[in-house]
Design a protein around this ligand. Structure first.
Ligand code: XMP
Length: 319
């Protein structure tokens, strides 16, 4: 594609001009955006780049293996896999406020990047796959007074003081354009087509307090839900789908026993850029099957609901 080929060439020139001979680290999240940013950066500055994949304990099932595997197998980019589960989960303990959760995670990401930058002899730049909608939504809400809706960790959630300069080569792009650029850069289709996944990960899908136990329940439910979506051939028709573990327990009956367990909400939306979205109109049979499987297979969940809120007035994530 001519436009993306031109964008690629220009972005590479700009990165080189900005970075010079300095070292760069790039935080990989497992999503399309940071992967595309990393590959673009690598083309621009080669072995001045080190990628950092932080396992904050808030990833989906099998995610770390998948991302690290893809980068190690397909690209010759140095990749550091940081095991930081305890640091993040301990810091989040007991925290209920969505913005504090986001900012805590953003701060720990930066601390982790700074520590890794020091280990490779100092990196002057931190690269991120920030997109245009991330910039807008962290800054203000269109049409109204300037109000922060959410501090996206790769924009507004970063601490003010940080000893690295940011490189954000995708800052002017929308999601569909990043996917096009990913294809242009030779990323495998199944990776380019991945649903978005937020930097703060499963922490913002556990409204209220995050615990290891809840994350474990959420991870299992999420894997089953995504499996059902793939089996039904719906993955590519949906922009983003995930489960949310509600901080509510309800009474149920299983066999001849009473249960008192958590409620799981299913979310699925269609969207073009994430800035507006419609809930996905599943048929009832699909929903029934997914709910039955989750309740039968996941200990800790005894009720499933479907979120039929569009954006606006809802947001895609619950926090
Ligand atoms: P919301 O919930 O704001 O989400 O309607 C819009 C899109 O952005 C993703 N999202 C994030 N992505 N860091 C990210 O990289 C974040 O902090 C973040 N918060 C939300 C969300 O998953 C959806 O695709």
């Amino acid at each position: 594609d001519w436009t993306m080929a031109a964008f690629r060439a220009q972005a590479i020139e700009e990165i080189r001009a900005k970075v010079g001979k300095a070292k760069v680290i790039c935080g990989l999240s497992g999503g399309v955006d940071s992967s595309v940013a990393a590959i673009l950066l690598h083309e621009a500055v080669g072995d001045q780049l080190t990628c950092i994949f932080v396992d904050h304990g808030l990833l989906r099932m099998g995610e770390a293996e998948e991302v690290v595997g893809m980068f190690r197998d397909h690209y010759n980019i140095p990749l550091v896999h940081v095991q930081a589960q305890d640091m993040f989960l301990d810091a989040l303990e007991g925290e209920m406020d969505p913005e504090v959760k986001r900012k805590t995670i953003g701060r720990l990401f930066i601390e982790t990047f700074e520590a890794e930058a020091a280990k490779i002899g100092g990196a002057e730049f931190l690269a991120q796959g920030t997109l245009y909608p991330d910039v807008i939504e962290s800054v203000s809400f269109t049409g109204g007074p300037s109000v922060t809706i959410k501090s996206h960790h790769n924009v507004g959630g970063l601490p003010e003081r940080m000893n690295m300069k940011l490189v954000e080569p995708l800052r002017e792009l929308f999601k569909d354009e990043v996917r096009e650029l990913g294809r242009e850069l030779g990323l495998p289709d199944r990776f380019v087509g991945r649903h978005p996944f937020p930097g703060p990960g499963l922490a913002i899908r556990c409204p209220g307090g995050v615990t290891r136990e809840k994350l474990d329940i959420l991870r299992q439910a999420d894997a089953i839900y995504l499996d059902e979506i793939r089996k039904a051939g719906l993955y590519d028709a949906i922009w983003q789908a995930f489960t949310v573990l509600l901080p509510v327990q309800t009474v149920g009956v299983m066999g001849d026993g009473r249960t008192y367990e958590f409620v799981c909400a299913l979310r699925a939306v269609t969207s073009v850029d994430g800035m507006t979205a419609d809930f996905y109109p599943y048929d009832m049979e699909f929903l029934g099957n997914a709910a039955t499987r989750i309740i039968n297979e996941v200990r800790g969940i005894n009720r499933v609901v479907y979120d039929i809120t569009s954006k606006p007035p809802g947001t895609i994530e619950w926090e």
